[in-house]
Design a protein around this ligand. Structure first.
Ligand code: 5GP
Ligand code: MG
Length: 181
């Protein structure tokens, strides 16, 4: 596989290489830039997993944007989320009357994003939309609005491009499934 940054692990099965990811990010950024033409958006990055995706996405936008961060942790076992979401860092800018784009790398049950959408809607932004790179649609347990979706993926536990397994692999430039999964 090309574009693996030289890091290959035997317990991982590569799914999307760096080039494929970057093409998709550029495609999403193009759509977002067209949709918000003439407007400024707040790119709200859901830490930690979305740090890499949001950084790449923001740099491909051709509209004005501000960056904000929220630390949302859902507690559960290593590879499944329990659905209890804790926000441990509020964003530091006022979102009232602003256009907010929530950015996460992956949506699974949908609980994290549904929770964040509900939480931030209360602060009366001009609009809220959500962008995700990966959608594990078959795992959805809650109806959540997704406005920009990169890839639909099967029910595999994936790592890389910001996503971890026990805090490992976030720095991989590609996305891989755990071979055991
Ligand atoms: P949800 O609330 O939609 O069930 O889960 C969303 C969060 O669970 C994501 O923000 C991510 O942190 C984590 N998550 C869900 N699926 C995966 C996966 O396949 N790999 C990794 N590393 N994290 C995942
Ligand atoms: Mg995690």
């Amino acid at each position: 596989m090309n574009g693996t940054g030289g890091l290959v692990y035997e317990d991982l099965e590569p799914l999307y290489d760096e080039g494929v990811i970057q093409e998709k990010v550029a495609d999403l950024a193009g759509r977002i830039s067209r949709d918000y033409l003439g407007k400024e958006i707040i790119v709200l990055c859901v830490l930690k997993a979305a740090a890499i995706f949001a950084a790449d996405l923001a740099r491909s936008l051709t509209i004005h944007s501000r960056l904000a961060f929220v630390n949302a942790a859902s507690y559960g076992t290593a590879t499944t989320s329990s659905g209890d979401v804790a926000i441990s860092r509020a964003i530091d800018i006022d979102i009232m009357d602003k256009h907010v784009l929530i950015v996460d790398t992956i949506v699974d049950s949908g609980r994290t994003l549904a929770y964040l959408q509900k939480h931030y809607r209360k602060r009366r932004p001009a609009s809220i939309r959500t962008a995700v790179l990966l959608d594990k649609r078959t795992r959805r347990t809650i109806d959540v609005q997704l406005d920009y979706v990169g890839f639909e993926i099967p029910d595999r536990f994936v790592v890389g491009y910001g996503m971890d397994f026990a805090e490992k692999y976030r720095n991989l430039p590609y996305i891989a499934a755990l071979s055991a999964d």
